[in-house]
Design a protein around this ligand. Structure first.
Ligand SMILES: Cc1ncc(COP(=O)(O)O)c(C=O)c1O
Length: 416
């Protein structure tokens, strides 16, 4: 046991927790497509495999095997409750964030009618726009677009302020953009909306992999993210504040409405994937112990403290990338420093298309992504969809190394 506090992330320790780094493909690849889904940490894999191997039965019946399956699923659910530290029954586990937001939008039929308005942002992933657009089409409510600045892609708070009125029932916005990487001032947005009697849903899919959120400080009405981007199984996690949930139409079987964690579970996701989430809690617990030594903090506080180290590590690496490409004929979409930014960089080149860049990086065993990343409205506004090509995206996770970033910098320099 290490009882000496580390002030920096111990990258060798971190990588030792991810079994894929001893696999041939992952060990030769510098992986920078983390915003599309991260590698999976060992304790999650162990639990996933154990469930499928030993307990793949209908859970919660009296047999030992069904009892064990139920216990593992309960541990997975408890892990998410503890990691967020929010009241029991406020977390819904669904197959994805797209599905969870769709379900929430359906549930909001209870509070939306033809006189209502819903605000979505032009910066969001389509998952947090389309569901609300469809709700408006069904109910006759008015969908209003909080537009981004056409040069920077940023959202200005003053614009939202001018859009709010007593008909605005819900504002839906992303915590940080999956394209421009900017972190939005959600505390101010929530405060502003609360004073207007408006509910706020935050899409944290792009944010949570970089910084574990403290929901009791932000106090959103709903908050979503996806665990396949936080080193775990393919699920969507949705927090819904109790008083908000109680206003909405349940989307589960009628006989399950009394179970708060089932109210917005319209799908019944993979049992093994739920059980495996306990491995995420184990990773945060063990990694916190390694970095900070023993302590009496709650799991939520440990996750937040640890993710501070992860964020610092990723931000330092991202600075190396930003500095290394300053003089190249590349346009960074969004801010060119790490202030109010996540380690998620979109680029376009004067010399090569995003696809060509991505393919060239792949030849150097660097995995990146290119395209629109389902944020088509934002890319359209920024004029980046003219040839339907979008951007090259280089997105970091805390297990990336300086050597990997230097490989990206060198490859981009060679290409220009
Ligand atoms: C910012 C953002 N929101 C929502 C989603 C949708 O998440 P899911 O794939 O879990 O439906 C994504 C997926 O990439 C995303 O990047």
């Amino acid at each position: 046991m290490n009882t000496t506090a580390h002030h920096d992330l111990d990258i060798d320790y971190v990588r030792s927790c991810f079994p894929c780094f001893s696999e041939p493909l992952a060990s030769k690849t510098a992986f920078f497509e983390n915003a599309g889904g991260t590698y999976v940490v060992g304790p999650v894999l162990d639990r996933l495999f154990k469930f499928y191997q030993s307990n793949k039965v209908q859970p919660y019946y009296p047999s030992d095997i069904a009892h064990a399956a139920g216990e593992q699923m309960d541990a997975g659910r408890k892990a998410m409750d503890d990691l967020f530290g929010m009241p029991e029954g406020t977390i819904t586990l669904g197959p994805s964030t797209t599905q969870n937001i769709n379900t929430l939008a359906l549930a909001c039929t209870a509070i939306v009618d033809s006189k209502s308005e819903i605000i979505v942002t032009e910066q969001d992933h389509e998952a947090n726009i389309g569901a609300w657009e469809r709700l408006c089409q069904r109910t006759g409510a008015k969908l209003r677009l909080w537009e981004v600045d056409e040069v920077t892609g940023e959202l200005e708070l003053a614009k939202l302020e001018s859009m709010l009125n007593s008909s605005v029932k819900i504002v839906c916005m992303t915590h940080s953009s999956n394209i421009i990487g900017s972190i939005n001032p959600i505390e101010e947005v929530i405060e502003l909306c609360r004073s207007n009697g408006t509910r706020v849903l935050i899409d944290g899919v792009s944010f949570v992999p970089h910084q574990w959120p403290n929901l009791s400080i932000f106090q959103p009405d709903a908050y979503c993210f996806s665990t396949y981007k936080t080193y775990a199984t393919h699920l969507g996690v949705m927090y819904t504040a109790r008083d908000f949930a109680e206003e909405l139409d349940p989307q589960c079987h009628y006989f399950n409405t009394e179970y708060p964690e089932k109210r917005f579970d319209g799908a019944g996701p993979d049992h093994a994937a739920i059980a495996a989430l306990a491995g995420l809690a184990e990773y945060f617990e063990q990694s916190h112990l390694h970095h900070f030594g023993t302590g009496r903090l709650s799991l939520k506080k440990k996750a937040i403290q640890l993710s501070g180290l992860m964020h610092k590590h990723e931000s330092n690496l991202c600075e190396v990338l930003l500095e290394g490409i300053t003089d190249l004929p590349l346009r960074i979409i969004g801010r060119d420093s790490m202030k109010w930014r996540e380690a998620n960089i979109s680029l376009i080149s004067e010399k090569h298309s995003p696809q060509q860049l991505c393919e060239s990086l792949a030849r150097n065993n660097i995995a990146a992504g290119y395209g629109n990343f389902y944020a088509i409205r934002l890319l359209n506004k920024l004029g980046l969809m003219e040839k339907e090509e979008g951007v090259l995206r280089i997105s970091f996770a805390h297990y990336n190394t300086r050597e990997e970033v230097m490989r990206v910098v060198t490859a981009l320099q060679d290409l220009h």
